[in-house]
Write a protein that binds this ligand. Structure first.
Ligand code: GCV
Length: 672
C-alpha cells in the first residue's frame, strides 16, 4: 500500500516536471512560414467567399456578417490573398470576432527574379540547384506548387524563371514548351511567368547577322518570337533584359540607346499586354566612378521609354552592398516607370551561412526621401513595381537556412505594402515559422522565444555591416563575394576592392563629393549638399562619399581609424551575443532547426573574425597605426587570410566538409 502510494507520488512529480518543461515540436524548416497556420483548404472551407467586381482585382475584404466570416475580393487572386491574410491573422491572434480588414497591394508588379541557368546552376544561389530542374525530363510539379503557395501567401504575383545573364536557348521551342508547363501551374496561384532574354538571341537562334533594334529583320524576329511565346502562354508577362552590362551585348553595340532596345521589345509584346523590364545595372571599366553611371546613361532617356517598358533599378548605385545609399536614379527619373530590384539572395551578406535579416535594409531604402517631388517623396513612392532576386533552390527548405526564409517573406510583405515596418514583418515571420513548444503558454513563448529572436533579426543586418564594411566602406570582397580581399588590386579596376576603399597612408574612402566624382550632385537638394558636407554626411556613409584622413575625428571623438576598428569588433561581439542568446533558446526550438542555426552562427562568427582580421590587418599595414586599446587583438596573419580567400574563391563557396557543409577555418591557420 505504502509502496504504491510512493510510486503514485513519484509518477505525479515526473508528470508535473514534464508538463512544466516545454517540449519542442519537431520541424525541419520545410514548411517555411506556413508552418504554424491552419491549412489553406481548411480556412477556405470555413469562410463565405464572393468575387465583388466593385473591388480592385487584387484587393480583398475580410469581415464578419450574419454570424459568418466572409472573404470578398475583386478576383480569384484577391480571394487567395484574403484567405492567406486570414491565415496569418489567425496565427497573430488578430482574427477574433468582428474582424474587418480590407487591403490591396501598393504595386501591381511584385516579382521574384530567379538567376537560374539552364544547366541547373544558380548564379549567386546558395540553396542547391535550380528549383525548376531545367535538365530533368519532367518539371518538379510538387515543388512548383509549394512555391506557388508560398508566393501567393505573401502576395507575390510574378516570377522571372531564368538568369538575367540569359542563355538564348530559353527561347527555343523546347524551352518555350517547358516554360508553358511551369506557367500553367504558377497561373493557379496568381503568378505570371516572365523570361530573361539574351540580346543576341536572333543571332544565336536564327543566324541573323545583327541585333540592331532598328533593323527591320531583327524587329520582325522579336515579333514572331513574341507570337510564338504567347501562343503557348497566353498570359505571359514579358521580358527582363540585362543589356550592355557586364559583357552582355545590347543596343549600344549598334550605336542605339537603351530606349531603342527596350521599345523594340516593348512593341513586340504590346499586342498581348506584355511588358519589358529593362535593367539599369550598367557600368563600364573606364568610368571614374561606377556609382555615377546609371544616372549618366538613363537620365538623358527620361520620357523616351514606351508605356509598357519599366526600368528596373538596383536599390543602391553600386551592387547590393550591405549598406549603400539609395540609387540616385530614383530621384532623377520623372517620366519613366521605375521598378525596384532588391536582392533576397545574400550574395554580399554571407550567402546562406549568415543570419542577416534584410527587412531593415529594404525599409531603410524604401523610406529614404529622394526629394524628387519636394520633401516627402520616398523611394517607395517613386517606383511603381518591385522585384527581388530570389534565394530559392532545390533544398528542402528552399533557402538553405531557416533564417534566410525570413528574407523571402519580408520581400513579399514589403512588395505588398512598403509602409510595413521591418520589425512587424520579423515578428510575423517568427510566429508563423516556429511552432510553440507543447506545454508552453503563449506568454512564456512570447517572452522567452519570440522577443529574443526578433531582437536578433532586427540587429542582424547592422552586425554584418559592422564586421564586413562599416562607416560607408563597400565592395571589399574577394572573387566569390563571400570573404574579404581588401588587398586585391589586380584586373579590371572597378572589380577590385582597392578601387572602392582607396586606402593609402594618408587616408581612406571614395571621394564622391563635388571635389571628387561629384556623385553627390546626382541627388536632389538638400541631400546633395548634406552628403557633400562632412558636417551633415551620415557617418554610416562617410567613406562612401568622402576620402578621409585616418585621424579625422568623428562624432564619438574617436578617429576614423579607431572607429573602423571598433565597428569590426562590435560586429563580432554582436554575433557572439546572437550565439549566446541562441544557446539559451534550445529548449524551445526543434532540434533540427536549433542545430542548423547554432552551426551557422558559429560559421558567422568565424567569418566575422575573418573579415576583421583581413580588413583591419590590411589597413594597418598601410597606415601603421595601433589598434585602439578597447579593441581585441587580431587573430590571423594576412598571409593565411590571402590563402583562405584563394581557396574559398576557387571552391566558389566557403570551404566545405565531406558532407558538403561549409566549415570553419582549419585550426592550422589560426594563431595559437
Ligand atoms: C546576374 C553582380 C553579380 C552578378 C550579377 C550581376 C547582375 O555583378 O555579382 O552575378 O549577374 O550583379 O545583377 O546582373
Amino acid at each position: 500500500m505504502r509502496k504504491s502510494f510512493f510510486l503514485t507520488v513519484l509518477a505525479g512529480a515526473a508528470l508535473l516536471a514534464a508538463c512544466s518543461r516545454p517540449a519542442p515540436v519537431a520541424q525541419d524548416g520545410s514548411d517555411l512560414w506556413l508552418a504554424a497556420g491552419r491549412p489553406y483548404a481548411d480556412i477556405l472551407a470555413s469562410v463565405e467567399t464572393t468575387i465583388d467586381p466593385a473591388l480592385p482585382a487584387e484587393a480583398f475584404h475580410i469581415y464578419d456578417a450574419d454570424g459568418q466570416r466572409h472573404v470578398a475580393a475583386g478576383s480569384e487572386a484577391g480571394l487567395r490573398y484574403g484567405v492567406y491574410a486570414l491565415q496569418r491573422a489567425e496565427v497573430l491572434g488578430q482574427a477574433g470576432p468582428g474582424m474587418d480588414v480590407q487591403e490591396q497591394p501598393r504595386y501591381a508588379l511584385r516579382l521574384l527574379n530567379h538567376w537560374d541557368n539552364l544547366d541547373d546552376t544558380v548564379e549567386r544561389g546558395y540553396a542547391g540547384e535550380s528549383m525548376w530542374e531545367w535538365t530533368s525530363p519532367t518539371i518538379p510539379e510538387a515543388r512548383i506548387r509549394r512555391y506557388g503557395e508560398l508566393c501567393a501567401s505573401v502576395g507575390l504575383n510574378g516570377a522571372v524563371l531564368n538568369n538575367v545573364n540569359s542563355n538564348p536557348l530559353i527561347l527555343d521551342a523546347e524551352h518555350i514548351a517547358r516554360v508553358a508547363k511551369i506557367a500553367d501551374i504558377l497561373r493557379e496561384y496568381g503568378i505570371k511567368t516572365y523570361l530573361s532574354i539574351k540580346w543576341t538571341s536572333p543571332i544565336a537562334l536564327s543566324g541573323l547577322k545583327s541585333g540592331d533594334p532598328l533593323n527591320p529583320q531583327v524587329r520582325q524576329w522579336w515579333k514572331d518570337k513574341a507570337a510564338e511565346i504567347y501562343k503557348a502562354i497566353p498570359d505571359f508577362g514579358g521580358f527582363l533584359v540585362k543589356a550592355n552590362s557586364e559583357g552582355q551585348a545590347g543596343p549600344q553595340d549598334y550605336g542605339r540607346t537603351h530606349a531603342d532596345g527596350a521599345n523594340m521589345l516593348g512593341e513586340a509584346v504590346a499586342p498581348y499586354g506584355g511588358i519589358v523590364m529593362w535593367r539599369a545595372f550598367v557600368y563600364s571599366p573606364t568610368s571614374p566612378d561606377r556609382a555615377n553611371q546609371a544616372v549618366e546613361e538613363f537620365l538623358p532617356l527620361d520620357g523616351k521609354f514606351a508605356d509598357n517598358v519599366i526600368v528596373q533599378i538596383k536599390n543602391g548605385p553600386v551592387d547590393f552592398q550591405p549598406r549603400e545609399p539609395f540609387s540616385p536614379l530614383f530621384g532623377q527619373l520623372k517620366d519613366t516607370q521605375m521598378m525596384m530590384e532588391f536582392q533576397i539572395t545574400q550574395e554580399y551578406l554571407g550567402f546562406s551561412n549568415h543570419l542577416a535579416y534584410l527587412g531593415t535594409m529594404w525599409e531603410e531604402c524604401l523610406q529614404s526621401d529622394t526629394y524628387r517631388d519636394g520633401p516627402g517623396t520616398p523611394v517607395s513612392k517613386t517606383i511603381s513595381a518591385i522585384a527581388g532576386v530570389a534565394n530559392t533552390g532545390q533544398d528542402a527548405n528552399f533557402c538553405g537556412y531557416v533564417f534566410a526564409q525570413a528574407n523571402w517573406y519580408a520581400f513579399g510583405r514589403l512588395a505588398w505594402d512598403p509602409e510595413l515596418s521591418a520589425e512587424q514583418i520579423a515578428d510575423e515571420w517568427i510566429r508563423q515559422t516556429f511552432l510553440k513548444p507543447d506545454g508552453m503558454t503563449d506568454k512564456a513563448f512570447e517572452g522567452k522565444f519570440i522577443e529574443p529572436v526578433r531582437d536578433i533579426l532586427m540587429a542582424s543586418r547592422e552586425a554584418v555591416v559592422d564586421y564586413e564594411m562599416p562607416v560607408g566602406l563597400h565592395h571589399l570582397f574577394g572573387g566569390t563575394h563571400y570573404g574579404p580581399a581588401p588587398w586585391d588590386r589586380l584586373g579590371r579596376p572597378d572589380w577590385t576592392p582597392a578601387y572602392y576603399h582607396q586606402a593609402d597612408s594618408a587616408g581612406i574612402g571614395f571621394d564622391r563629393t563635388r571635389s571628387g566624382s561629384d556623385n553627390v550632385d546626382q541627388y536632389n537638394e538638400p541631400l546633395a549638399s548634406q552628403y557633400n558636407d562632412l558636417a551633415t554626411c551620415p557617418e554610416n556613409l562617410l567613406l562612401w562619399f568622402h576620402h578621409m584622413p585616418w585621424d579625422y575625428q568623428m562624432a564619438s571623438g574617436r578617429t576614423v581609424w579607431d572607429e573602423i576598428c571598433l565597428h569590426y569588433d562590435a560586429g563580432i561581439r554582436q554575433v557572439e551575443a546572437f550565439r549566446q542568446t541562441w544557446a539559451g533558446l534550445k529548449p524551445y526550438v526543434a532540434p533540427a532547426l536549433w542545430e542548423e542555426t547554432a552551426r551557422k552562427l558559429e560559421i558567422q562568427q568565424h567569418d566575422g573574425e575573418w573579415w576583421r582580421d583581413a580588413n583591419v590587418g590590411y589597413f594597418q599595414q598601410i597606415n601603421g597605426l595601433p589598434l585602439p586599446a578597447d579593441v581585441r587583438p587580431l587573430d590571423t596573419p594576412i598571409d593565411s587570410l590571402i590563402y583562405r580567400q584563394v581557396r574559398s574563391d576557387r571552391l566558389g563557396m566557403p570551404i566545405h566538409d565531406e558532407n558538403n557543409r561549409p566549415i570553419i577555418v582549419a585550426p592550422r591557420f589560426r594563431r595559437p
